[in-house]
Write a protein that binds this ligand. Structure first.
Ligand SMILES: Nc1ncnc2c1ncn2[C@@H]1O[C@H](COP(=O)(O)OP(=O)(O)OP(=O)(O)O)[C@@H](O)[C@H]1O
Ligand SMILES: O=C(O)[C@H](O)COP(=O)(O)O
Length: 579
């Protein structure tokens, strides 16, 4: 059953599917991999403009993530920081040593005396007994957003007070609707035998130049729902998109999927040359009980993405009822995901859809605490919503990937040629402050692996986060950071991960990502922690490490999982029947 609703989903579904906010998440050869962020950078980042440099010892205290009784204050030493001139910190007489040893507890006593109110790692705002009570107190002391901000088109939720009155009462209960959809499992043989069921799946799988499937995860994930329907004597009309074709484009045909689908389903799947029209009508009419008809790519019609009602009606005309199992496309309000529900009843959720919602809504809304989120990936700008939303839920937030350099720079570090979003420096500072205000332990890497160029064969070395040499770029988190992150994760019972820790595509810079993948697999299998992986590249990294089956849940949706984690509602889900 889909878990009960969460109070934080509060945004209107209307605009959600309307924008193509982000590129496809998986590296899809058929559609071309999205350009790496570095491809858009000038050859050299401008050097930092602030000076003179002052060095200071930062001492931050992380919160008691070991739980109420075993709580102890643990000190984490960050390497020396090049302070902003206006910070007016007492300079040390000499630059402090940097490197991995700095986070070990054998620091000179003089250093331990220097405690700065620096929000970099988190602060000791944690509650002694009940984590949420401390967070509650802190948050309720903040002013509530103005009515105008809450209705803002940015649809951000988590700068809102998460423990104030239940938003369902205020905003009409869309979030409840997300979590209480009718499942295909409620349909019995009486409902299904001899019926034509329109199943929208997300079969948007990567194909190589020879049209060979390079990752069949999404096909396999769609099998349980279809098999269930076939076993109950239904006739399945299967629809999907593939890539982002502009009109009919042979390389985006779903035909190459037929053999694998037939093999997995144990039936000979019939393929149509179109998704609407006479041929489809004939093939659908000829389907036997337990037969499967695969329609051609619904995106060959522009009406699909426009959610054109006439097109939706045509799609629906060949079937009796509707099942949406396309979680990966549920954030799109398209004809085959949303429009078609106006013409087919019942319209229910498939098993994959349910599982995704169970984890990405249910487990995230009611996590077994302590709850940690690991957010990486290339840019902070693509993860703002996720970070803000998770800040209201988690006890520990670990940041990695390319985005950390924007945080470092915002705090006065020199970052060499690392990826930096200059226009997000203030945002980075404000996220740090929000973490502090909410009592979240925000962990940034204390050391990084830097490279002299963005290449697999680049020269590399590990340096303290504060000591990135000019002309070098950070491409992975360092061993000390991995150790600190692992220790923090050891204490957690629910962990969600989105975005790799480094440029894991290059073997030399994959250690941080691999270590996190191994850690999560280990925590799942040995400790029973709930681990959820969302986001195209993090999923790819886990698959690459061969650890996918060790995690509690690997999401099949990149954009959809991100939107859910941001607290947005998914139109493809909202349109389904209530349970
Ligand atoms: N230090 C770094 N510098 C530059 N790029 C990085 C760095 N660390 C990671 N990356 C890149 O980030 C990319 C992944 O970022 P992305 O935000 O797409 O993550 P994701 O897991 O795919 O999440 P989602 O699909 O939900 O956006 C990878 O291609 C990786 O090479
Ligand atoms: O790969 C995905 O994320 C889904 O199939 C949705 O694809 P889209 O981003 O092209 O809508």
């Amino acid at each position: 059953m889909v878990h009960s609703s969460i109070h934080f989903i509060r945004n209107s579904a209307i605009s959600i599917g309307a924008t193509r906010r982000r590129p496809p998440t998986s590296p899809l050869p058929h559609s071309g991999r999205r350009p790496h962020p570095f491809q858009n950078l000038p050859p050299h980042n401008p050097p930092p403009t602030f000076c003179p440099f002052q060095y200071r010892r930062i001492l931050a205290v992380d919160p008691p993530i070991r739980g109420p009784t075993t709580t102890r204050r643990r000190r984490i030493f960050l390497p020396p920081l090049q302070a902003k001139p206006h910070l007016n910190q007492t300079p040390l007489s000499h630059p402090l040593p940097s490197g991995p040893h700095l986070s070990r507890p054998h620091m000179p006593a003089s250093a331990e005396m220097r405690i700065f109110p620096f929000p970099f790692v988190s602060l000791a705002l944690y509650k002694k007994k009940n984590p949420s009570s401390c967070v509650s107190r802190l948050i309720t002391s903040q002013s509530k957003p103005s009515p105008s901000s809450s209705s803002s088109s940015r649809r951000r939720r988590f700068d809102l007070d998460p423990i104030r009155s239940d938003p369902r009462e205020e905003e009409g209960g869309e979030e409840q609707a997300m979590a209480t959809k009718r499942s295909v499992g409620t349909l019995g043989e009486a409902d299904l035998r001899g019926k034509k069921v329109f199943v929208r799946a997300d079969l948007n799988v990567p194909l190589d130049d020879a049209q060979k499937i390079t990752d069949d995860t999404r096909i396999r994930a769609s099998v349980p729902t279809v098999k269930f329907l076939l076993e109950k004597g239904a006739k399945v009309i299967l629809a999907s998109h593939l890539g982002r074709p502009k009109g009919v484009t042979p390389k985006y045909s779903l035909k190459p999927l037929v053999p694998r689908l037939s093999e997995l389903l144990g039936v000979d799947v019939v393929m149509a040359n179109d998704c609407i029209g006479e041929e489809v009508e004939k093939l659908a009419a000829a389907l036997p009980e337990g037969g499967v008809l695969l329609l051609e790519n619904v995106r060959f019609y522009k009406e699909e993405e426009k959610n054109d009602p006439e097109f939706a009606k045509k799609l629906a005309s060949v079937a009796d009822l509707y099942v949406n199992d396309a979680f990966g496309t549920a954030h799109r309000a398209h004809a085959s995901t949303e429009g078609v529900t106006k013409f087919l009843k019942p319209a229910v959720a498939g098993f994959l859809m349910q599982k995704e919602l169970d984890y990405l809504v249910g487990a995230v809304a009611n996590p077994k605490k302590p709850f940690a989120a690991i957010v990486g990936g290339s840019k902070v700008s693509t993860k703002i919503g996720v970070i803000e939303s998770l800040l209201a839920k988690v006890d520990v937030l670990i940041l990695g990937g390319g985005m950390i350099f924007t945080f470092y720079k915002a705090q006065g570090y020199a970052v060499g040629k690392s990826l930096v979003e200059e226009d997000k420096l203030e945002l980075a500072t404000s996220l740090i402050e929000k973490a502090k205000a909410k009592g979240v332990s925000l962990l940034l890497p204390t050391d990084v692996v830097v490279a002299d160029k963005f290449a697999a064969d680049a020269e590399s070395k590990t340096v303290a986060a504060s000591a990135i040499p000019d002309g070098w770029m950070g491409l992975d988190v360092g061993p000390d950071a991995i150790k600190t992150f692992s220790e923090a994760l050891d204490t957690c019972n629910t962990i969600i991960w989105n975005g790799p820790m480094g440029v894991f595509e290059f073997e030399k810079f994959a250690a941080g990502t691999d270590a996190i993948a191994k850690k999560l697999a280990d925590l799942t299998t040995t400790k029973g922690a709930t681990t959820i992986i969302g986001g195209g590249d993090s999923v790819a990294a886990v698959e690459k490490a061969g650890l996918a089956d060790k995690m509690s849940h690997i999401s099949t949706g990149g954009g959809a999982s991100l939107e859910l984690l941001e607290g947005k509602t998914l139109p493809g889900v909202l349109a389904l029947d209530e349970a």
